[in-house]
Design a protein around this ligand. Sequence first.
Ligand SMILES: [Zn+2]
Length: 292
Amino acid sequence: MSTLVASRRKVRIFKVTRGWEHAGYTGGVEDGVILVDGRRIGGTYWCGNPDVSQNRQWASYGPAGYLYGDRGFPTRKAAEQAQVREYATNPDLYDRLNDQADAERAAEQAERERRYDEECERREAARRRARLGDDEPGPTIWTAPAFHHLYAPFDETVAVAEWLAAHDLEGDVSGVHPIRVEQRAGRQVIVFEEPTPTAQLAAAMGQPSTHEARMRAVETRVVTLTAAPPPVTVPNRPDLVAVFAVHFPTKFPLIDYGFTVACGHCTKEAGSRTSVVAWRCTPVTTAIDSKE
Ligand SMILES: [Zn+2]
């Protein structure tokens, strides 16, 4: 429906259209909306009341108030027109009411958004405090270099693993980043990179992750140190990063090949279903033994 109606008070042309209360409905006895110049001024609905005379089954609401029952209409169009006629007697008043309602709604929405943003910031700050501690960072007094567990002497990697386990950090610490101990004002802390929850979930779901993705998908965490760290004798070996990006230790849980751990890369490259290349493979051993 598209009607042009002239206001009696002054020359003003406005366009009346019919909308629908619920998306997807376009007719029948569904609830209708009366729009003037695209703004809602009221609506229509089917009474379906058997007590009401057959001629008054349509009701409407809007500037003329609620018109139903004995004041109902035989058709939807008649029910709409009663509201539009009333609107036309003083369009400025009804537009102003609509403006006020819009302004109130916008203000409420802005307030809700402000509260939501505030809550998000508060939670983020609390999470950050829990992750990094309230106190200021201090000087580093101990470091296990990145990939330490892949190239340090076996006893040394076991000692670091046990020390982490003593702090309940088994499985929480990224092996591809350094682990540090920091001296802060009132305590010593272990500072390490922890794979993000999404990265851990993706890994648990069997999603393959690249070396670069593992390097990136971490966040820094800090816990209070309660046991002295074991001595670390090996130097930092950034030259090995490229080697470990290709060669990685992996386990074969279902088949016992006589090896606890194999090199995932070399085993795949070997191209045979029956041969497994043990970790550390020759390329890794060669790289570790080579001059830094
Ligand atoms: Zn290998």
